[in-house]
Write a protein that binds this ligand. Structure first.
Ligand SMILES: Cc1cc2nc3c(=O)[nH]c(=O)nc-3n(C[C@H](O)[C@H](O)[C@H](O)COP(=O)(O)OP(=O)(O)OC[C@H]3O[C@@H](n4cnc5c(N)ncnc54)[C@H](O)[C@@H]3O)c2cc1C
Length: 376
């Protein structure tokens, strides 16, 4: 008998399992490791300060998550032996062409208004920069019509940090099962276990962190969990002999971004494809779109070599917000899913928050607006 079973071992489930075992909960993580696991493909840009949406509670949660990153990263580096890929790389937000200017100016206004209201980050850390300065920071970049630079933005490797959570948790007593949870065991309005390959596993609580596959339990629970897979194709490029270690990440407004890594690698992406179902496949049009957008913004990448193409299925909700919290009508059941395009950013912190809820503590951040009840 476990105190908790976590279903799904992507960044959300891995972080929940880690925080649960840190609190002494006897925990079992069950993961099917589906092809298309979003965590393994994610770009890993961490920069809520340059978020230009207007939803303040989401911005606040993302900021709390961002502040927690270096803390949990340091713990992971001490508790297991491999890297997480977390580093302060800085970030450029640019308008690369006329048709991006309006979106850029709107975002610029929101970003600098927030900076003024909050009195942070300092002007030294977040400011406008010229096209020439931007190109000095990121040499493959073409001339741009506007640019903002945020010095403290970070990046992380989803695959590495999820692995670090797994290893650190196992050292603290986490049990892991590579299997599929076929159904939940329900009794008198409460979840009391999970069924795996015909085996019934009893537990005190269940956390559903199944990414795009989470709606599998909808019918059994009689709830609505409108999460769809959103396919993202992302391409890893090599620039042999180039020192890319100090290059910042970049966002433009045709959904394109670049994430440089120290090993002469630049990741460019990504597609945002709905209606693909669970087909985590590379497509001709997806690759053309990503490379076309990358070259439009950064023509200096034309001679780069293609190292790898990854495909992930983002768990996307209709309102683009995560599903985080308890499930009305079902005792001992928690949702940690629907993180769409921001799961690497908020995932480590969300695992901490769900652990606080499960243990009956008050969550550190405001999360009521993320409860599944908004779809009921
Ligand atoms: C191309 C791309 C770029 C991205 N860029 C960024 C970015 O820059 N910044 C950012 O913050 N986010 C980014 N994201 C989003 C981020 O990667 C996701 O939001 C996040 O990884 C979702 O994690 P997850 O743990 O919820 O799901 P996943 O990583 O998909 O993991 C879910 C796991 O649950 C398992 N599972 C499901 N059902 C069951 C079951 N019944 N039994 C057992 N196991 C089960 C699956 O097999 C899988 O292993 C990006 C995503 C993509 C695809």
């Amino acid at each position: 008998m476990h105190d908790a079973i976590v279903i799904g071992g992507g960044i959300l489930g891995a972080s929940a399992a880690y925080h649960l075992v840190c609190e002494g909960a006897r925990t079992l993580l069950i993961d099917r490791y589906d092809e298309g696991r979003a965590t393994n493909a994610g770009a890993g840009v961490l920069s809520p300060v340059t978020y230009s949406g207007k939803l303040e509670p989401l911005f606040n949660l993302a900021m709390d998550a961002f502040d927690y990153y270096p803390i949990v990263n340091e713990r992971l580096l001490q508790e297991q032996e491999e890297e997480t890929g977390f580093a302060r790389a800085g970030k450029l937000v640019v308008a690369a062409s006329e048709d991006e200017l309006e979106a850029f100016e709107n975002a610029r206004e929101i970003i600098f208004n927030r900076q003024k209201l909050r009195g942070t980050p300092s002007a030294e850390d977040l400011h406008d920069i010229s096209s020439d300065e931007a190109r000095t920071l990121l040499p493959p970049l073409g001339p741009v019509l506007g640019a903002i630079y945020y010095r403290n933005a970070a990046r992380v490797d989803g695959r590495l940090i999820a692995g670090a959570f797994h290893r650190a948790s196992v050292r603290r007593g986490l049990e892991v099962k590579n299997a599929s949870v076929e159904k939940l065991i329900l009794k008198n309005g409460a979840v009391v276990g999970a069924e795996c390959g015909g085996e019934v596993l009893r537990c005190g609580n269940v956390v559903i962190a199944g990414g795009a596959w989470s709606p599998e339990f909808e019918g059994q629970l009689g709830i609505r969990l409108p999460i769809e897979p959103e396919r993202g194709q992302i391409i890893h490029l090599s620039l042999p002999g180039q020192d890319t270690s100090d290059w910042p990440t970049l966002n433009a407004y045709h959904m394109d971004y670049m994430v440089p890594w120290p090993d002469s690698r630049v990741v460019v992406g990504a597609t945002h494809e709905g209606g693909t179902g669970f087909r985590a496949r590379q497509t001709v049009s997806g690759i053309m779109e990503v490379l076309g957008d990358a070259l439009r913004v950064a023509p200096g990448l034309a001679k780069a070599e293609i190292r790898e193409i990854r495909v992930g299925l983002r768990p996307q909700t209709p309102d683009m917000l995560p599903v985080l919290g308890s499930v009305p009508g079902w005792a001992n059941l928690f949702m940690l899913t629907g993180n769409g395009r921001t799961g690497l950013q908020v995932g480590p912190y969300s695992g901490k928050i769900i652990t606080q809820l499960l243990l009956g503590q008050n969550p550190e951040s405001e999360i009521d607006f993320l409860n599944i009840s908004r779809f009921m």
